[in-house]
Ligand binder design. Sequence first.
Ligand SMILES: NC(=O)c1ccc[n+]([C@@H]2O[C@H](COP(=O)([O-])OP(=O)(O)OC[C@H]3O[C@@H](n4cnc5c(N)ncnc54)[C@H](O)[C@@H]3O)[C@@H](O)[C@H]2O)c1
Length: 368
Amino acid sequence: MIRLGLYGTGNRTKALLDSLCNDDFYKVHGAYDLNQDSAEALASKYGGTVCRTPEELVSLEGVDAFLISLSPFAHAEALRRTIPAGKPVFVEKPVSFSASEVAELAALAEQRRVPVQVGFMRRYLPESIAALAYLRENDPGRIFCVDCNWFHHGDTEMNFCLYQQPGNFRLQVSQIPFHCCHMLDLLLLMGGPVRRVSSQRIKVTERPYPSPDDLIANIEFANGANGRFHYSSMVYYTEMSYRFHAENYSIKMNAGMNQLEFFRRPRFRTSQLGSAPAQRKDFHSFNESYESFCRPQIVNFSQSLNVANENIMYDFVRMVRDGVPPAADLRTAVRVQGLAEAIEESGCLGRPVELAQDGQPVKEKGLS
Ligand SMILES: NC(=O)c1ccc[n+]([C@@H]2O[C@H](COP(=O)([O-])OP(=O)(O)OC[C@H]3O[C@@H](n4cnc5c(N)ncnc54)[C@H](O)[C@@H]3O)[C@@H](O)[C@H]2O)c1
């Protein structure tokens, strides 16, 4: 049984703990939170020793792995404290709002040979798992485009925090690195490394919410494919959608209905042209035959987000118990944060931003 040292005892920690709480994979061994009442309440439910300081948690005898879930502003410092203890670590996203700081932490973890798993959770949704498996198992040919939309009514989140939790870190962070990092993680998994980003950003609405009102980023992948990421907080419905277009098929992935649709290009010349192309006198009759082979395979999944929590925690168990390297590690987090940073930076500076091979934005000479 894995003995966990919890660094942070908020809502997310409880959701992660609950996901596999009856499977005897792990138990709480120690817990620390800035808010001691929260740590005590958690320990009275899940067990474990309440630690008064981070040092006490990190040096607590018997911890097998650490689980860090805090205000995102505190994750980097928590990693700096826990990595030297030499135990595997799970850390929630975002690791930091600076790609260079994430790279520094990745180097520290590599130097100490400590595996660190990062909580990029949307890759663990059933539709994401199925889309990524399809990509692996079916040659896409040349990839043309990966296109993503993240639309939400930012007002509701802002209003909730202002009325109920004015100190909530959600009022201090832009949604692009904070929340859309999940989408950027999938965009990178589908399209590969990014070479250059060019964004247009609109921020005219006066409100205490750092997210842009609207932002469109054109993305050039290293493999020559086009990419586009569209974020809007001034939308009165929610949409999270992905479009993938390649030589051999297209994929649509949506949160909500028709979560996954695969459209294959007709496979053979006969299916592309129809059996008697010479007799086909107009465009529509060509289309009819072509499209009969392209009709989508539509897959819906009835599970909730809980299944993603279960999947990510089981990967954590596999990392600690079986030594399986994490699928999303700190190097993944460098690329995701680097892309988020480049997207925002390009929108603010009004010029394209290049990305280095490790995924960090290249700073213009003279700029820090
Ligand atoms: N992967 C996902 O899908 C997902 C979902 C929700 C939240 N999260 C992430 O989890 C993290 C926590 O979110 P939450 O909803 O549980 O928030 P929360 O406010 O419920 O919990 C955060 C906890 O961290 C503690 N804390 C803050 N700074 C600290 C510090 N320096 N030292 C010790 N304790 C400190 C707070 O006292 C609080 O108990 C966030 O970073 C968020 O991005 C990820």
